[in-house]
Design a protein around this ligand. Structure first.
Ligand SMILES: Nc1ncnc2c1ncn2[C@@H]1O[C@H](COP(=O)(O)OP(=O)(O)OP(=O)(O)O)[C@@H](O)[C@H]1O
Ligand SMILES: [Mg+2]
Length: 492
């Protein structure tokens, strides 16, 4: 019987170019190589970005178990193992692609030299130009032209070298200052990214050591667990398919509790606002940072201190829809409700810290801090703002008006009912950190208002010191202690 199939092998030159288009950033690509080194049991990993214009190179070398010649040839094959295969719990790989796709995303040439403890070092190289010219999957056995590639340690290990860095560098001379700057920027971003992505591996006893251009990198804990002002909320373990998904919510410290260095580190690669959300760990390695995971929650300015750790084992990769780049994950449908509930609770705690730090402090100093505006929740959960009728300025105005109180009340009601809350919400979200104190710090305007409220209290029979205490504890006068102090001195 005639055979009823055709073999349709992928065209080497076409497919290998397509492997370049997975959309890796340089930092995600390097992290994918570091995954391989970690899986191979490395204790030390050195990442080097060596600038030489178009001849620049990037190397990741480790002291892990290394590969025999056969294993190396297999490893260089695109699709070296099936994603359906069960893997060791400590293996960070899944698709049998990362080494190739990550490397080709940045470079046209990938050289791997590997050595097991007993065996000899062997070399294999993909050169996309050779594949393109021959139309064949020709895996070369030689090192690239130019400078020698880095060799693995004699005790065993692997070095991965990228050259022909058309994406990362391009066709530039080594004296191209702009290109050089971009290369250095990429190096810095890679370092930051590795510090966060592998922070759990980089801390504790027997920790992994990673260097970037010879400098040992730190562990960057996105939750600042060691900071005294970080709040850890109740952690939960959600059962899912025989595993437990650990969820640990944190509210990071208000900015007033952080020094410049802490502010900068907390901002991560994307800034405070973008870094809020879930931090998804897969077998201890950070996969997604700062993402509300499609739960329908937005990255609001006032929820930016909320960060939530979620952990799952790599055996659940499929359920979490992990991608080849190891940079996205989606929670399985069964977990969505629980995650949303935890996210909401964390966000509202974060909002409290964000909005009220200053006020809470002021309130602690005096028992009866008086706000100018009060928030009221309506029956349908809608929020309304009302002017505080007991505020010293409002009291003074009512007092001054004598019998016309009704008119004033009407004016207040009108203002309260027509505040453009949604408009304010939008514009403030962009600028809360830069919001000025009321009256913009102008003592010239504050002083007459203080006098006005003060006279009214005293006329009502209050002692001068009592009146001053009350005013000092009211918004916005609490922001102007020196104005109150001046008046106190004048009266003394
Ligand atoms: N640094 C290394 N040391 C030892 N073996 C390695 C190293 N890098 C890669 N390998 C071997 O090469 C194989 C292929 O690596 P590759 O990154 O392409 O796929 P993977 O890690 O299996 O899966 P993924 O696509 O999810 O990364 C690995 O499974 C591993 O056996
Ligand atoms: Mg891999």
């Amino acid at each position: 019987m005639a055979q009823d199939w055709d073999i349709a092998e992928p065209r080497a030159d076409a497919l290998i170019e397509s492997l370049r288009a997975f959309g890796y950033s340089p930092e995600a690509a390097i992290a994918d190589l570091v995954d391989n080194s970690v899986s191979a049991g490395a204790k030390r990993i050195a990442v080097d970005f060596a600038w030489s214009g178009a001849n620049s190179r990037v190397t990741v070398s480790d002291d892990g178990g290394g590969m025999s010649e056969n294993a190396l040839v297999a490893a260089m094959r695109p699709g070296s193992t099936s994603p359906l295969e069960d893997r060791d719990a400590s293996d960070l790989g899944r698709f049998g692609l990362g080494l190739k796709t990550a490397s080709f995303s940045q470079a046209r040439e990938l050289t791997v030299v590997s050595k097991t403890e007993e065996g000899d070092a062997t070399t294999r190289r993909w050169d996309l130009d050779t594949v393109a010219a021959s139309g064949e999957w020709r895996l070369l056995r030689t090192a690239p032209a130019g400078a020698a590639v880095l060799q693995p340690p004699t005790t065993g290990g692997t070095t991965v070298t990228w050259s022909k860095l058309d994406r990362l560098v391009g066709d530039v001379g080594s004296d191209d200052a702009k290109a050089h700057r971009r290369f250095l920027d990429a190096t810095a971003r890679v370092q930051r990214h590795l510090e966060a992505t592998f922070h759990r591996f980089l801390s504790g006893r027997g920790r992994l050591r990673i260097s970037v251009n010879g400098q040992q990198i730190d562990s960057l804990d996105p939750f600042m667990v060691h900071h005294p002002a970080t709040q850890q909320l109740d952690a939960e373990e959600l059962p899912y398919k025989g595993s437990l998904i650990k969820v640990a919510p944190y509210v990071l410290p208000h900015r007033s509790k952080l020094d410049d260095e802490e502010m900068a580190r907390g901002a991560g690669l994307q800034g405070w606002n973008q870094q809020q959300g879930f931090y998804v760990y897969r077998s201890g390695r950070l996969l997604v940072q700062g993402d509300w995971l499609g739960l329908g929650l937005s990255k609001d300015e006032h929820t930016k201190l909320a960060r939530i750790a979620v952990e799952f084992p790599s055996s659940l990769d499929h359920a979490w829809q992990v991608d080849v780049k190891k940079s996205t994950a989606r929670p399985p449908g069964e977990l969505v409700e629980a995650l949303r509930r935890i996210a909401r609770a964390t966000r509202s705690k974060a909002e409290e810290v964000y909005r009220h730090k200053g006020k809470v402090l002021a309130r602690q100093n005096s028992q009866s801090f008086v706000f100018a505006w009060q928030e009221h929740k309506g029956r349908n959960g809608e929020i309304r703002y009302r002017v505080n009728r007991d505020h010293p300025v409002i009291l003074a105005v009512r007092h001054a008006l004598g019998t016309d109180k009704q008119v004033f009340e009407r004016a207040l009601r009108f203002i309260e009912e027509t505040i453009p809350t949604s408009m304010i919400g939008v514009s403030i979200a962009h600028s809360v950190d830069n919001q000025l104190t009321a009256f913009g710090g102008s003592k010239r305007e504050i002083r007459p208002l203080v006098d006005f409220a003060f006279r009214s209290y005293v006329r009502d029979g209050m002692t001068t010191s009592e009146a001053l205490d009350r005013i000092a504890a009211a918004e916005p006068f609490s922001d102007y202690p020196e104005v109150i102090a001046t008046l106190r001195e004048e009266l003394a």
